[in-house]
Design a protein around this ligand. Structure first.
Ligand code: NAD
Ligand code: IPM
Ligand code: MN
Length: 359
């Protein structure tokens, strides 16, 4: 029996390549438990489509309650074409959105770092990406993802229409902007806030709230506002101009996938979704279930391993082990180990082997 004060990590491997990449995290966690005094009570539950097939719901009450009483939750990935016909509220992605909401995991930290050994793996030129270190802070529990939505006949002409409403309250914007300003203070002290204030009232409101918060509490941090479409362009033109980018749920989803290619592959990008102090964090690779390569042992496990590192840092009280993991990942890449997404031929478990060897 684990001692009551042993922190609990809940693993939700999910679908597609999720179980494959989480499998490598388990090996790393076992090594750290044996050799680095990591005390962790690890639980695991079905999630997403896998949970739907077993229980008829992508997020069981039991898994949700266990998540809420854990210190950290680490997810693999959810989704896949086999669940395309499932009603929206039962789809794997609905389970993920429900978990984010239940955990109130509003501040999604998506760092994009270019490992030196991979500066030539990006589709962009080496000099554009070498040394890149940016942090996207994506609002994760509101906006168009959670506004009123539907497909209906409710138009004067009787024509069908589809809609998703973008809504942000002042406190929702303030709390995520606060996270961005605080992070910037420990980095290069610059925040870029991205929205579409030129066409969206919710975007104009976002800009006003961020501006007022900055003037009130963070005048020492450099603040820049940028239209989200320009931010997308600037990210590939000159990504090193950015330090912290704060943006809404939808723009953050898109900009973080774009940023992943600055680092070489989406198979490298970890994330942390944080709530208010004292509540558990939700950790997930930025990538999806990659149905095209699932079950073949080809997935890059580094995004999952680095997400575990973020959990060690932000929720499990072991930032030293995050640092060690990061160094081990760097060493594995320096040795030339490459999964297919990085242009190589190594398998998922060979990448795991290389990280363990470096540890
Ligand atoms: P995806 O991220 O799954 O795949 C995009 C491309 O990147 C594919 O070619 C895939 O093979 C490759 N890729 C992704 N992760 C990789 C890894 N670790 N190693 C090597 N290659 C990798 O995005 P998609 O194809 O648009 O979505 C597939 C499914 O995943 C959908 O059902 C979607 O809703 C879901 N999804 C889930 C999450 C999540 O669980 N957090 C995130 C994004 C997409
Ligand atoms: C992500 C994913 C999710 C999102 C999906 C699977 C719900 O794309 O985490 O980036 O859109 O937030
Ligand atoms: Mn996404």
């Amino acid at each position: 029996m684990p001692q009551t004060n042993t922190p609990r990590l809940l693993l939700l491997p999910g679908d597609g390549i999720g179980p494959e990449v989480i499998g490598q995290v388990k090996r790393v966690a076992a090594w750290l438990a044996e050799h680095a005094d990591l005390q962790l009570d690890i639980e695991e539950r079905p999630f997403g489509g896998t949970s739907y097939d077993l229980y008829g719901t992508p997020l069981s009450d039991e898994a949700r309650d266990l998540a809420l009483s854990s210190q950290a939750v680490l997810m693999g990935a959810v989704g896949g074409p086999q669940w395309d016909a499932v009603p929206r509220d039962k789809r794997p992605e609905a389970g993920l959105l429900g978990l984010r909401k239940a955990m109130d995991a509003f501040a999604n930290l998506r760092p994009a770092l270019c490992f030196e050994a991979l500066a030539d793996a990006s589709t962009l030129k080496r000099e554009i990406v070498a040394g890149l270190d940016i942090m996207i802070v994506r609002e994760l529990t509101s906006g168009v993802y959670f506004g009123d939505k539907g497909i209906d006949n409710n138009t004067p002409s009787g024509e069908k229409r589809g809609f998703d409403l973008q809504v942000y309250t002042q406190s929702e914007i303030e709390r995520v902007a606060r996270v961005a300003f605080e992070l910037a203070r420990s980095r290069r002290n610059k925040v870029t806030s991205a929205e579409k204030s030129n066409v969206m009232d919710s975007g104009l409101f976002w800009r006003q709230v961020v501006t007022a918060l900055h003037a009130r509490d963070y005048p020492d941090v450099q603040l820049e506002h940028m239209l989200a479409d320009n931010a997308a362009m600037q990210l590939v033109k000159n990504p090193k101009q950015f330090d912290v980018i704060v943006t809404d749920n939808l723009f953050g989803d898109i900009l973080s996938d774009e940023a992943s290619m600055l680092t070489g592959s989406i198979g490298l990008l970890p994330s942390a979704a944080l709530s208010t102090a004292g509540r558990p964090g939700l950790y997930e690779p930025v990538h999806g279930s990659a149905p095209d390569i699932a079950g073949k042992g080809l997935a890059n496990p580094l995004a999952a391993i680095l997400s575990f590192g973020m959990a060690l840092r932000w929720s499990l009280g072991r930032p030293d082990l995050d640092q060690r993991l990061y160094a081990a990942v760097t060493a594995a890449l320096d040795k030339g180990v490459r999964t297919g997404d990085l242009g190589g031929r190594n398998t998922t478990s060979e990448m795991g082997d290389a990280v363990l060897a470096a540890l």
